[in-house]
Design a protein around this ligand. Structure first.
Ligand code: ATP
Ligand code: MG
Length: 206
């Protein structure tokens, strides 16, 4: 069938939410694997606003996190970045992210992608029943975390190549002058150095 003859199927949009402080290859591999496995047409990365889960530790300015995410995803034609969460005042709730994306992309079927640790948190959220109506949920494996769908039929689980990388570890490495080459994309290594992020002085962190 040519494209013109092919039966229409809904556009499949992956949604990868995260603090991305900084974005690393664990995030990118997870998005890429889910995209391949579920035939996603696009994955939109959505950096959080002030994340309530992380109250207590300063989070890097959202413009830096947004730009690092743009740099990291720029070379992939199927990856995009959304500002919905960083432009919405107040803490980010996934329910708002999904409502906004549904409004902006009314014809897309949404696939919300989370690592095993975040999956466990989602199960405890209060708006959980509405969440299921807005998106499919895909939980991916993450080293050091148990992956479970708690018996939910609307949650799929996917094993992805194990990437023992976390943003916390990347920040600590930069602070201790250890390399983050090959843990984060080259452009992100250079962005961190250029703006002196994750330094001892904490000047860039809220
Ligand atoms: P931090 O250490 O600051 O919490 P993080 O590495 O966990 O950072 P987040 O921005 O918190 O990164 O994560 C965004 C999403 O990506 C979450 O769903 C998380 O589970 C998932 N994720 C992060 N790192 C990995 C990884 N190495 N493998 C699979 N999924 C991951
Ligand atoms: Mg995390």
């Amino acid at each position: 069938l040519s494209d013109a003859e092919a039966p229409a199927r809904p556009f499949r949009l992956g949604v990868m939410g995260g603090t991305f402080d900084p974005i690393h290859h664990g995030h990118l591999v997870a998005a890429s694997e889910v995209a391949a496995e579920y035939g996603l047409d696009e994955v939109v990365f959505v950096p959080t606003g002030e994340p309530w889960q992380k109250a207590g530790r300063g989070v890097t300015d959202s413009e830096h996190r947004y730009l690092m995410t743009v740099v990291a995803t720029a070379s992939n034609p199927h990856f995009t970045v959304s500002r919905v969460d960083i432009d919405r005042p107040g803490p980010t709730y996934t329910i708002d992210t999904l409502r906004d994306l549904r409004r902006l992309r009314p014809n897309a079927e949404l696939f919300f992608i989370t690592g095993a640790d975040a999956m466990a948190q989602i199960m405890s959220w209060k708006d959980i029943e509405e969440l299921w109506t807005l998106a499919h949920f895909v939980g991916v494996t993450r080293p050091g975390h148990e992956l479970s769908n708690s018996g939910r039929s609307n949650v799929s689980l996917l094993e992805v190549p194990a990437m023992a990388i976390s943003s916390t570890d990347c920040r600590n490495r930069v602070q201790r002058r250890k390399p983050v080459w090959y843990l984060v994309p080259d452009g992100v290594v250079q962005y961190i150095a250029k703006y002196k992020l994750y330094n001892d002085d904490g000047g860039e962190r809220a």
